[in-house]
Write a protein that binds this ligand. Structure first.
Ligand SMILES: Nc1ncnc2c1ncn2[C@@H]1O[C@H](COP(=O)(O)OP(=O)(O)O)[C@@H](O)[C@H]1O
Ligand SMILES: [Mg+2]
Length: 545
């Protein structure tokens, strides 16, 4: 049976663009060029080195284009995604698609975009180039009114793609007729300086040094932002002198200019050195998060005997002040995020420290305990809170699952995490994702266990929600057999309930009534059973009609 795709009630036609948190500077010509290309071509890829402003410029473009697309402008951030297989799911969740069907993810996505007029932004494709290119082709073929803007360090290599390389900001001297005061790089430095030292003004006394600093930093926005932060403790001249020393050391005796990517590397390295040792360690450790995270998560995941849990709050504040962490608050609380390019460096350092696996394990343990808490609370008065919360944590959950599934010794934890999140798969629009992961995790854990029994009834529940009653029946039967084998009486009851549900879907009311009757009779304190008990209570009613 095929169920139609649902449009979630909260689906917003205008899109899901993140807010712009800081002021935007210059790029007028570039934005006009991008708009022109977008007019002529259905795929525009913005390329350039890390930190040059790809994501930010495209976000600006997206905000400006909002009124032009009847079905909105949508933003999917692929930066921290590790598995090309998850690109479709990530885009589907960015679009807010709730898919209850059992079809392949790409099919649903293509169908969803088919008659919609929308602009889709795929931010940060370089590490998943092949997967992104295939998906882009599929989507553009499916929908005549869809346009896509991708950002990537390299192009997607599609014939109809318009590639727009984005250069750094103009630096003083690029245009001899231009006043130093109106130069883009100088403007960016001044804007960020004003955030650090509120009475900062550009004037004749400092403009020469600011201009020189911007030239040294090659007009790379991220490098300029990291340097401006130093005004907290240093004057512009001091920053310039320190940076000049460091760069000429790196460039060797010849004092030739550094290639741009090295400029950025040097600026980041410099910023890194100026952090306290604990801040550096935290920077590296925070790179295990996918996207944003809460303070509690950082405290749990990143603390040990070297970083005390009670110090994490101050260290996080220090990294926010240094423009290494972004801070975002919304109604659900305050969240932090490492700037993408800085997260990559953090990952490299973490690897060199030999801590990657330990941090990934800690990350997994945190999201497992959060999932267990949310499962406990799901059927209570704070269901909406948990719905919003777990949607926000979705990327972190995915990355934790991927780690658990590929790490020998952790696969049982994947099974536990997945099973605890049954409400997320069944009730929040992610049935297909839940099914795919559950099937993978079950085959990675073939030996019967209580964990497997729970995963099997959850799988049956998920398949029922997809309308795939035969497969639901099969999982429930397997659950029943294994539950008897391992002596898990709770799972026996749940298996009976799931078998009953599958029978109900297949229209076999006699069988459904018998099985659901057993489930009700023996149900004691199964909170997992409650939300799913509806078919059990309704079945005898159906029999009466
Ligand atoms: N034109 C701009 N105006 C203001 N800030 C900018 C501009 N371009 C980039 N930035 C800032 O510089 C940093 C790096 O930009 P980002 O878009 O993340 O680079 P990329 O995506 O190329 O790695 C971000 O903090 C971003 O907000
Ligand atoms: Mg980016």
């Amino acid at each position: 049976m095929r169920l139609p795709m649902a449009t979630p009630s909260g689906w917003r036609r205008e899109g899901n663009l993140p807010a712009e948190l800081t002021s935007f500077v210059g790029r007028t010509r570039l934005l006009a060029t991008l708009k022109r290309h977008l007019n002529d071509s259905r795929l525009v890829t913005v390329t350039g080195i890390g930190g040059v402003g790809k994501s930010r410029t495209v976000l600006r473009l997206a905000h400006q284009m909002r009124a032009h697309y009847a079905d909105g402008v949508w933003f999917a951030d692929l930066a921290r995604l590790q598995d090309a297989g998850m690109v479709k799911q990530t885009i589907a969740s960015a679009l807010g698609i709730a898919d209850q069907s059992s079809r392949a993810a790409g099919e649903t996505l293509s169908e969803w975009v088919a008659d919609r007029e929308m602009l889709l932004i795929l931010d940060t494709c370089e590490h998943l180039i092949q997967g992104c290119a295939e998906l882009v082709e599929e989507l553009l073929e499916a929908s005549p009114n869809l346009r896509i803007v991708a950002t990537s360090r390299q192009s997607l290599h599609l014939t109809y793609e318009r590639v727009v390389p984005i250069p750094p900001l103009q630096v003083p001297g690029d245009d001899p007729a231009e006043s130093l005061f109106t130069n883009e790089s100088v403007q960016l430095f001044a804007a960020r300086a004003g955030g650090v030292v509120p009475d900062f003004v550009l004037d004749e006394t400092n403009i020469g040094s600011v201009a020189e600093l911007c030239r040294r930093l090659d007009g790379i926005p991220l490098a300029i932002e990291l340097a401006a932060v130093r005004l907290r403790a240093l004057s512009v001249d001091q920053i310039l002198a320190l940076l000049a020393d460091r760069f000429s050391l790196l460039a060797g005796a010849s004092r030739t200019a550094l290639p741009r990517h090295q400029t950025l590397r040097a600026a980041i390295g410099w910023s890194h050195e100026l952090c306290a040792p604990e801040e550096r360690l935290l920077w590296a450790r925070l790179s295990v998060f996918a996207g944003d995270f809460e303070l509690d998560a950082a405290r749990f995941v990143c603390s040990d005997q070297r970083l005390a849990s009670e110090d994490i709050t101050d260290l996080v504040t220090g990294l926010v002040e240094k423009s290494i962490l972004l801070i975002r608050s919304n109604h659900a609380g305050v969240r932090y995020k490492l700037i993408d390019t800085l997260a990559e460096y953090g990952e490299e350092w973490l690897d060199k420290l030999g801590e990657t696996e330990t941090m990934r394990h800690q990350h997994l343990m945190y999201y497992l305990s959060l999932a267990e808490r949310s499962e406990d609370a799901w059927s209570g008065p704070r269901q909406i809170y948990w719905f919003v919360r777990m949607r926000q944590e979705h990327d972190n959950v995915r990355i934790a699952l991927e780690h658990a599934l590929r790490t020998p010794g952790e696969t049982l934890l994947a099974l536990k995490l997945l099973s605890s999140l049954w409400f997320m798969w069944v009730c929040c629009g992610f049935v297909r994702e839940g099914r795919t992961y559950l099937e993978r995790a079950l085959s990675a854990n073939p030996v019967p266990s209580k964990e497997r029994c729970k995963a099997l009834w959850v799988l049956s529940y998920v398949r029922s929600a997809q309308g795939d009653s035969a497969a639901a029946q099969q999982a429930a039967e397997q659950c029943s057999t294994e539950a008897v084998r391992v002596g898990d009486s709770k799972a026996v009851i749940l298996a009976s309930k799931m078998q009953g549900t599958a029978a109900l879907l297949q229209g076999d009311l006699q069988k459904a009534s018998a099985l659901l009757g057993v489930a009700i009779e023996f149900n004691t304190d199964n909170k997992e059973l409650n939300p799913g008990l509806l078919p059990a209570w309704s079945c005898p009613g159906l029999m009466d009609t």
